[in-house]
Ligand binder design. Structure first.
Ligand SMILES: NC(=O)c1ccc[n+]([C@@H]2O[C@H](COP(=O)([O-])OP(=O)(O)OC[C@H]3O[C@@H](n4cnc5c(N)ncnc54)[C@H](OP(=O)(O)O)[C@@H]3O)[C@@H](O)[C@H]2O)c1
Length: 114
């Protein structure tokens, strides 16, 4: 991320990566609004809209994920909602705002620059 000031939303701040990213961004002087699962459940589309709707941001970092393979196999619908549909919804909201979105998941890292 360039050294200029950014308003960043971090989704997944209860996890290891999200917590570290939020901390580092704050230390670097950026404005950060961080959501853990309790504050923003990615599997609930209405909550995602409700939480992101009022915010001004230029970047979203999404690290929230259903990370356990066994868990994902046992709960495929939840895995799909959290690891696919949720990020898709967040990306669409960011795109409408002209914000960039950075999604970090185990096997891929996706960055959009609009
Ligand atoms: N850590 C690394 O070094 C690293 C490296 C490369 C890639 N990655 C990838 O980055 C992602 C995050 O890794 P991590 O190590 O930070 O994993 P993590 O510690 O397990 O964090 C994942 C977070 O996602 C949250 N979450 C689960 N379901 C959710 C939902 N429905 N809505 C919102 N949040 C939800 C979890 O909440 P709860 O805590 O409440 O369960 C948890 O805080 C993973 O996809 C991982 O594969 C991590």
């Amino acid at each position: 991320m360039a050294s200029s000031f950014h308003r960043v939303v971090v989704i997944g701040s209860g996890g290891r990566l999200g917590a570290a990213v939020a901390r580092q961004l704050r230390q670097s002087g950026h404005a950060v609004v961080a959501f853990d699962r309790k504050a923003l459940d990615l599997s609930r589309p209405e909550i995602v809209d409700d939480r992101l709707g009022p915010l001004a941001f230029d970047t979203v970092v999404l690290t929230a994920a259903l990370t356990g393979l066994d868990d994902a196999e046992q709960r495929p619908e939840a895995a799909y909602a959290i690891n696919a549909h949720g990020p898709e919804q967040v990306a669409a909201i960011a795109h409408r705002r002209g914000a960039r979105v950075i999604i970090r998941q185990r096997f891929r890292s996706i960055t959009s620059q609009v």
